[in-house]
Design a protein around this ligand. Structure first.
Ligand code: IMP
Ligand code: MG
Length: 177
């Protein structure tokens, strides 16, 4: 796999430390409250699994499959491939995604979750690329802010590859060109 990677951006140990910090903050913020965590598949699968194991309060876990990218180009079209299974009425919702890029996915998902009448909706993203925003949006919890580069690993893919990489890296252009 390494032959296709240009540079390591975030090391595994740094990810572990930051995810633990985020989880502790979230646990503190929602103590005593009914919390539903909704992970966006497939990208957020690994992040949400690590994150919730650090959130030391009772919670519900659900997932929602949204799809926007084809290759490395944002298509602008977001498909909700499969929806949530659990009700969120009278619960606080925390939407978890791998990366906040143009902002289209998370804002569309928020609109969908609102229909379930939750008490509140907040968002947690592992990575944030603020320079790429098309829809104005700021996440409530952010793991790392990064430059505008196409990254893979820790759940993030390039044409479905590299999700299993335990760290974040920049892909060589020849891999997707
Ligand atoms: P947005 O709707 O443009 O904010 O895009 C969010 C989705 O695009 C994420 O959930 C990712 O699946 C994908 N994405 C955006 N940037 C990257 C990247 O650098 N690597 C891999 N996937 C990305
Ligand atoms: Mg994704």
């Amino acid at each position: 796999m390494k032959n296709y990677l240009k540079k390591t951006l975030i090391l595994e140990e740094k990810i572990k430390t930051r995810v633990k910090e985020l989880a502790e903050t979230i646990a503190k913020d929602y103590t005593g409250e009914p919390l539903s965590v909704i992970g966006l598949s497939n990208g957020a699968l690994i992040f949400v699994a690590d994150l919730i194991r650090g959130i030391n309060i009772p919670l519900h876990l659900d997932s929602l499959m949204a799809s926007s990218y084809s290759g490395v180009e944002s298509t602008g079209k977001i498909d909700i491939v499969s929806g949530m299974k659990l009700p969120v009425k009278n619960r606080h919702v925390l939407i978890v995604d791998d990366i906040l890029d143009t902002g289209r996915t998370i804002t569309k998902v928020i609109k969908l979750v609102e229909k379930g009448s939750p008490l509140s909706i907040k968002t947690c993203v592992f990575l944030d690329k603020p320079s790429r925003r098309v829809v104005d949006y700021k996440a409530d919890y952010i793991g790392f802010e990064i430059e505008d580069a196409f990254v893979v690993g820790y759940g993030l893919d390039c044409n479905e590859a590299f999700r299993n990489l335990p760290y974040i890296a920049i892909v060589k252009e020849e891999f997707y060109k």
